[in-house]
Design a protein around this ligand. Structure first.
Ligand code: HEM
Length: 289
């Protein structure tokens, strides 16, 4: 069986700088959290804090793995696809660490852990997402692709879209009071999904213009702001207009989730535009602008 998940080499067996860099970057949050845990830097409830850290990185990595295909298409960067599996497997590893820390928090009482997962709906949802991630990780080898057939494998790996929803719902449900980050993640998830739908319907498939992705980012930022207003109306009875006007206020209340979604979208698109400019400058022929 050939196992092509080697973090340092490409398919031809040559050292791959892009894979090595991404591999090193993927280790950073885990090592950082482990060092903080070992040196008592995580506050009065270190295992709870480490559970939150690893959970946050799990969802970020799921979304990063979803970002690889649009990035590869928009930035005309075919080599990026070589890191998609690595990011997906890393999401699973962080998810397993997140579960392990929860087990430590429950003092290794596995019966309690199992009953919590069954009884608390947000944990049931998180567990379902983790099972899905594990299924995708173990089927991410070349040998598995051959065994399942390219079509079957692709269909199975579309489960990542459902996993993205489950992860976001789990994030929302455990957040209790502060839903800022889950709202941002929900907005970014919507952006990634809308981009895929538009790209799939585009007459020149895989050549969706950058401008389209920008317009989608603006639309999703507005939807996120409306979602925030709706949440505060339903959960806290706050006047939606007050929440919406906070988006336009210059008072020091921090960047609202809608603006954050727009900021992240703009940052991603700026990186892509810079790469395209560099490619153009170096005289390489571009497929589409
Ligand atoms: C793919 C699967 C999962 C993802 C993406 C995920 C993600 C997250 C995220 C983002 C948070 C919030 C972190 C924060 O507040 O900053 C969180 C919290 C939490 N998750 Fe998960 N999770 C997953 C699976 C699980 C599983 C399987 C369990 C346990 C059975 C679990 C237990 C918890 C607990 C207990 C918290 C609250 C921690 C605290 O506030 O002290 N999660 N998770």
């Amino acid at each position: 069986m050939t196992f092509r998940l080697h973090p340092l080499v490409d398919r031809a067996g040559r050292f791959s700088p892009i894979k090595a860099t991404v591999f090193a970057l993927l280790l950073v949050p885990g090592l950082w959290t482990a060092i903080d845990l070992a040196t008592g830097n995580l506050g009065p409830r270190p295992f709870d804090a480490a559970t939150r850290e690893t959970g946050t990185w799990t969802i970020r990595l799921i979304f990063l793995s979803l970002l690889v295909t649009p990035l590869q298409q928009l930035a005309q960067w075919p080599k990026l696809v070589s890191v998609r599996r690595m990011v997906g497997v890393a999401a699973c590893v962080y998810g397993l660490a997140h579960l392990a820390l929860f087990v430590v928090h429950e003092r290794y009482d596995f019966v309690k852990v199992a009953s919590e997962i069954v009884l608390r709906i947000y944990l049931t949802i998180g567990f379902a997402a983790l099972l899905g991630l594990a299924a995708l990780a173990v089927t991410s080898t070349d040998a598995m692709i051959r065994r399942l057939g390219a079509k079957g494998w692709r269909r199975l790996h579309q489960a990542v879209y459902v996993i993205g929803v489950l992860a976001t719902v789990h994030f929302f449900m455990q957040s209790k009071l502060n839903v800022y980050q889950p709202l941002v993640m929900a907005g970014l998830y919507l952006w990634l999904m809308l981009y895929r739908i538009v790209a799939a319907r585009s007459p020149r498939a895989r050549q969706t213009p950058l401008l389209t992705a920008g317009v989608l980012a603006m639309a999703v930022a507005a939807i996120t702001a409306l979602g925030e207003a709706l949440y505060f109306r339903l959960a806290r009875g706050v006047d939606p207009l007050r929440v919406l006007s906070a988006n336009l206020s210059l008072d020091d209340i921090g960047m609202r989730p809608g603006w954050m979604v727009l900021f992240v979208g703009a940052a991603v698109l700026t990186v892509i535009a810079l790469r395209l400019a560099v490619l153009r400058g170096s005289g390489l022929r571009l497929r589409a602008a």
